[in-house]
Design a protein around this ligand. Structure first.
Ligand code: DAT
Ligand code: MG
Length: 138
């Protein structure tokens, strides 16, 4: 049975700065998913702290918050059957050096030797995360 599912995709500040918004959305649309909400914003510290609460206390936490507030972010609600899993597959592994070629991070990302990986996109990792994150960003 076809159940519509939503996920939160973020084009991170590195993706926006590198003019990859269109390329990233094109890959989502080419896969067959639908963009059902979208906005460009400069996220507040509060929004980012709530979004990344699970990572508080980790060594990359503050660098991650600083990086995510360093520029504009595009927030996208992406919709389709099994889109949460499907977008994670399109995005590839967290570490862009080992992310498979063919994925967004594998094709377009690299390690810049910084305290936090700049890997172009975020995608929700479960239905619970997707619902929580979409409520935060939209
Ligand atoms: P993902 O974005 O693949 O879901 P995550 O939720 O574990 O990964 O971490 C959030 C972001 O934090 C990730 O996109 C990049 C950064 N990050 C994660 N683990 C890291 C690490 N070990 N070193 C540097 N940055 C890391
Ligand atoms: Mg994550």
């Amino acid at each position: 049975m076809t159940e519509t599912q939503n996920t939160l995709v973020l084009v991170k500040p590195d993706g926006v700065a590198r003019n990859l918004i269109g390329e990233i959305i094109a890959r989502c649309e080419a896969k067959g998913y639908q963009v059902t909400n979208l906005k460009l914003l400069q996220p507040s510290q509060g929004l980012l702290a709530a979004h990344y609460a699970e990572h508080e206390g980790k060594p990359f936490y503050q660098p991650l918050i600083d990086f995510m507030s360093s520029g504009s972010v595009v927030a996208i609600q992406l919709t389709g059957h099994r889109v949460i899993e499907g977008f994670r597959s399109l995005a590839g592994a967290t570490d862009p050096t080992v992310a498979a070629p063919g994925t967004i991070r594998g094709d377009l990302g690299r390690d810049w030797g910084l305290k936090v990986q700049q890997n172009l996109v975020h995608g929700s990792d479960s239905t619970e995360s997707a619902e929580r994150e979409l409520a935060l960003w939209f």
